[in-house]
Design a protein around this ligand. Structure first.
Ligand code: C5P
Length: 233
């Protein structure tokens, strides 16, 4: 495992494009995130390929199912050798604890984090699915459930990092998307923070896509963000 706190999001429709990008990156300077689109297209073969090249891989499949099914999926992901994987915290305590137990028995133990409330959801969306808590209340409730169930951390907005870090402790791993270096295009992200701001707020790992993947020179962009992080870490 390398020390980089940048997780490059491979939001590509196929493995060819993802591999082309990764040939321009340095596995000692970043980790990679593979999500549903790329995984559904290419499957575990691509995950293993990146791991064999030397990248730490965050498998972002957000498992949410009955406890036995989620635990089995987590065990198989661990066998692939991924560095981090995730589940939905709203699957409940037994699902979360069972997933942790499955990973505890694995020879290779990835970090297990949870999604609390999807950032696409509003208070009104929650009410429509029978949840009267506000988004902020529900995020905190599920983050506490995640921690007390034994998981390593949560995915959250960098804007939530300071509060979550103070409530749940600095060891609890916060993985934050919505990061934009100063002067970078915000694209479709609405609530952004710079890499340095996010680290100061308590983020452990920054999920960054387009500012690196669409850069003229992705390695130069990656190195600049690493330098910015190192200046405040
Ligand atoms: O290109 P960009 O840096 O915006 O990519 C961010 C990545 O993080 C994308 O894969 C996006 O789906 C993911 N993500 C996010 N916001 C969340 C959860 C995940 O942007 N709340």
């Amino acid at each position: 495992m390398n020390n980089s706190r940048i997780v490059v999001s491979l939001d590509f429709p196929n493995g060819k494009q993802a591999l082309e990008l990764c040939q321009k990156l340095d596995p000692t300077q970043c980790k990679l995130k593979i999500g549903k689109e790329l995984f559904t297209r290419e499957g575990p073969v691509l995950v293993e390929r990146f791991i064999n090249i030397g990248f730490d891989v965050f498998l972002d499949l957000k498992y949410h199912d009955i406890p036995n099914t989620v635990a089995s999926a987590c065990r198989v992901a661990a066998e692939l050798g991924v560095w981090m994987l995730n589940v939905h915290a709203c699957g409940g305590r037994i699902m979360l604890e069972t997933a942790c137990e499955a990973l505890d028995k694995s020879t290779h133990k990835p970090l297990l984090i949870a999604v609390t409330v999807l950032t696409s959801m509003t208070d009104s969306d929650l009410r429509k699915i029978g949840i009267s808590n506000s988004v902020d209340e529900q995020v905190m409730l599920l983050a506490k459930l995640t921690k007390s169930s034994g998981l390593d951390g949560v995915v959250c907005s960098a804007k939530e990092a300071k509060y979550l870090s103070s409530e749940l402790g600095k060891e609890f791993c916060l993985v934050t998307p919505g990061i934009r270096p100063v002067n970078a295009d915000s694209d479709d992200q609405k609530r952004i923070m710079t890499p340095a701001e996010a680290i100061v707020a308590g983020s452990h790992y920054l999920v960054i896509g387009r500012p690196i993947t669409k850069a003229d020179d992705p390695l130069v962009a990656l190195s600049a963000i690493n330098a910015e992080i190192n200046s405040v870490a």
